[in-house]
Design a protein around this ligand. Structure first.
Ligand SMILES: Cc1ncc(COP(=O)(O)O)c(C=O)c1O
Length: 344
């Protein structure tokens, strides 16, 4: 496939990341995260996110979310999240199964929950018949590509803390958020009172690997065991760690993410004069949502790979990657225009 708008998971690996893997492929080192690269990575995350940030490499985004949530909960707890959350929709019930917690999905606006909505669920504490809310999990950016401001995150964290609860961020595309907000990740996570963060890599050009960051000492107590039991401890962990070192070096992560964000903006801009394409969500990171006719969709899917997000409203999702080019987008928009004039 030459290009896909289906997902940033459809892209390959950034050359700098592959090089880092090859460079690491000599000699021997200790396994299971006791290696030199992982030790250095842990220090690097402290520099990036503050001295209380404890970083733990894991395999994938689903695993990162599960072990982070498990560190914060007991099976009698409930986890709040917007209805669109990946943990709610796309993880096959794994968060419920592996944490034992009830997931309570909340109303949202373009993927974001408000303080008012969350407040309504903060109830029944101490009542033995009810699951005890312990965590709010939000995604930054959201699954709809939108962003919380640092103030909004701070407000949500303060609210959760006032009830003795935690705030988790699913940051599977956290670098896209940092690039779009033009802020260091620390300023909209640690500095806002976030307790745990799933820091993504794969969707921004890594071959494999994410990092769970825990900001509270008590969450670390059993984390090693939680990660191992959840099958998220990689023996040759150094090969994840060297990817993250290369990713964070000279802000490669921000450059890769800024490019995919810019491509989504370019796509949005290129479609402004096409009334048959209705942009349906604010374009704030690397994804464009749009409503198009069934006929256009069917014809376009014969030429380009992308997903229908909601069949009932004919909303489609076009996602850009670190290696999407302007030519990919020009070709896509050209094909849309041609199809609309029935010339293809
Ligand atoms: C917001 C979000 N969180 C988590 C994940 C899970 O990542 P993985 O597929 O690596 O388990 C995804 C994957 O698409 C995602 O979009």
């Amino acid at each position: 496939m030459k290009h896909s708008f289906g997902s940033d998971n459809h892209s390959g690996v950034a050359p700098e990341i592959l090089e880092a893997i090859i460079d690491a492929n000599n000699g021997f080192d200790i396994a299971y995260g006791e290696d030199q690269a992982t030790k250095s990575l842990k220090e690097l995350f402290k520099t990036l996110l503050g001295s209380n940030a404890e970083a733990y490499p894991v395999f994938n985004g689903t695993g990162a979310n599960i072990v982070a949530l498990k560190a914060m909960t007991q099976p009698f707890n409930a986890i709040l999240c917007p209805a669109t959350a990946h943990i709610n929709v796309d993880e096959c019930g794994a968060p419920e199964r592996l944490t034992g917690c009830k997931l309570i999905s909340l109303e949202h606006k373009d993927g974001k929950v408000s303080v008012e909505t969350v407040k309504k669920e903060l109830k029944e504490f101490g009542v033995q018949h009810h699951s005890q809310v312990k965590v709010l999990s939000i995604s930054q950016p959201t699954e709809l590509g939108t962003l919380y401001t640092p103030d909004e995150i701070s407000e949500l964290a303060t609210l959760m803390h006032s009830f003795g609860c935690y705030l988790h961020i699913d940051g599977s595309r956290i670098s896209n958020a940092a690039a779009a907000l033009k802020l260091p990740v620390k300023e909209f996570t640690a500095d806002c009172g976030v307790d745990a963060l799933s820091f993504g890599g794969t969707k921004n050009g890594l071959l494999i690997g994410e990092v769970v960051v825990l900001f509270r000492e008590e969450l670390n107590t059993n984390f090693m065991f939680i990660r191992k039991q959840a099958a998220q401890l990689f023996s040759k962990c150094r090969f994840i760690s060297v990817q993250f070192q290369a990713f964070l070096k000279n802000e490669l992560n921000i450059r890769l993410a800024a490019h995919s964000n810019a491509m989504a903006k370019y796509l949005e801009h290129s479609l402004t004069m096409v009334p048959e394409v209705e942009i349906s969500r604010p374009v704030e990171t690397n994804v464009v949502f749009a409503r198009i006719s069934k006929e256009l969709c069917a014809a376009l899917q014969k030429l380009h790979y992308f997903y229908i997000w909601d069949e009932s409203t004919m909303e489609v999702r076009w996602m850009c990657s670190f290696n999407t080019t302007r030519e990919d987008i020009d070709r896509f928009v050209y094909d849309i225009k041609k199809l609309l004039t029935k010339q293809l």
